[in-house]
Design a protein around this ligand. Structure first.
Ligand SMILES: NC(=O)c1ccc[n+]([C@@H]2O[C@H](COP(=O)([O-])OP(=O)(O)OC[C@H]3O[C@@H](n4cnc5c(N)ncnc54)[C@H](OP(=O)(O)O)[C@@H]3O)[C@@H](O)[C@H]2O)c1
Length: 336
């Protein structure tokens, strides 16, 4: 470790995912070793840990990873140590937001490449509520499908963390959003975020959903589908996307999309992508460019960042139950 502040303890509080399983495998501990930053890493003392749907995939084994492990892909806190190597001018004591791993803990050692100083105008919790989900939405509307004003887009789980970002950013670009959600409360929330038309996909048959979207779009279908739901919605995505349109499949909240014959894409010349946000921010320049744009949206009040709830770190099991139980809207955070 090249540079540190004076007092970093050897143990810390955190939540260990002890095995693959249901939320009961998440164990709150007070004796976890504080990680050491390796080359190119920075040690952060977290004030908030972000929670993302991907955390449930690592816990349940949908995405394989060695156990035990500390989950958590984003956080907000203060830099307390800089590792050797390139640390992009970041400084001890700076208030930052980060993307990486090991967030459900007091300290996280994370790649400097994905650490951003928080601008003064952005209040506590908002940067961490924005970074991963906001960058996911922003990179998808810029790169997965270069969205244009006036075109129709379909956003599934439109009241979720990424969903609310997509609704607002697409509206800001002048696109027209059709959203889906499972409750009247979620439908109202997504409407407020800019979705012009909402469909409750838990009370609508698949045939009805397709018919409504085709009618709204004058029989053409949507230019792009943004789908983080996966298994339950994928087949309909191919029906409602227009000729030469794009299906962006970016998650598996209902389960993984099963293998399918690519010839299904042929009749309408559909473009299909399965992006991940880290692939769009792999260089420091990409990360800082998109992060600066994201922060601008927030500081210019063009986006309202919705935090569902700030939980305590000890309540990680409940956080996962609420997220998988579809009880949440917007971003979930844990106070560290
Ligand atoms: N590719 C990437 O880089 C990337 C990055 C970030 C997130 N993601 C993906 O984006 C999606 C959204 O992530 P998020 O963190 O913002 O979560 P979220 O949308 O806040 O939560 C997931 C939502 O999915 C909906 N859903 C539909 N079927 C479900 C089911 N069977 N079980 C549980 N939920 C179901 C629920 O909304 P309703 O109740 O309204 O249906 C639920 O609230 C996830 O698939 C995540 O993996 C991908």
């Amino acid at each position: 470790m090249s540079t540190t502040t004076s007092s970093i303890p050897s143990t810390m509080r955190g939540v260990l995912c002890t095995a693959i399983g249901d939320p009961s495998v998440l164990s709150y501990r007070t004796d976890l070793p504080v990680p050491q930053p390796t080359t190119g890493q920075i040690l952060i003392r977290n004030s908030y840990a972000g929670v993302n749907y991907i955390d449930t995939y690592f816990r349940s084994g949908i995405y394989p990873s060695p156990k035990p492990e500390i989950l958590g892909r984003d956080g907000e806190g203060v830099i307390v140590a800089l590792g050797e190597g390139e640390t992009y001018g970041l400084k001890l004591g700076q208030r930052v937001v980060w993307m990486g791993s090991g967030g459900y803990a007091e300290y996280s050692a994370v790649p400097a490449l994905h650490v951003a100083p928080i601008p003064d105008g952005i209040p506590e919790t908002i940067a961490v509520a924005s970074l991963l989900q906001g960058l996911t939405a922003l990179t998808m509307i810029r790169e997965s499908h270069h969205t244009k004003a006036g075109e129709w887009c379909l956003v599934h789980a439109a009241a979720g963390g990424v969903g609310l970002w997509l609704c607002q950013l697409l509206k800001a670009l002048g696109a027209r959003v059709i959203g889906t959600a499972s409750t009247p409360e979620k439908i109202a929330q997504a409407h407020g975020a800019g979705a012009e038309k909402m469909i409750n996909y838990s009370t609508t048959t698949s045939a009805d959903l397709v018919a409504q979207i085709m009618e709204l779009t004058g029989g053409q279908g949507v230019a792009a589908v943004f789908d983080g739901v996966g298994k339950d919605t994928f087949d309909d995505d191919l029906k409602v996307v227009k000729r030469k349109g794009t299906v962006v499949s970016f998650g598996n909240a209902s389960g993984v999309v099963p293998p399918f014959a690519i010839s299904k894409l042929a009749p309408k010349c559909i473009k299909l992508l399965r992006p991940q946000v880290f692939g769009y921010i792999a260089t420091r320049q990409e990360f800082t460019t998109y992060t600066a744009e994201l922060f601008r949206f927030i500081m210019e009040n063009k986006i309202e960042v919705k935090v569902h709830k700030v939980y305590d770190l000890q309540d990680a099991q409940l956080v996962h139950e609420d997220l998988e139980g579809r009880k949440t809207m917007g971003k979930l955070l844990m106070r560290v």
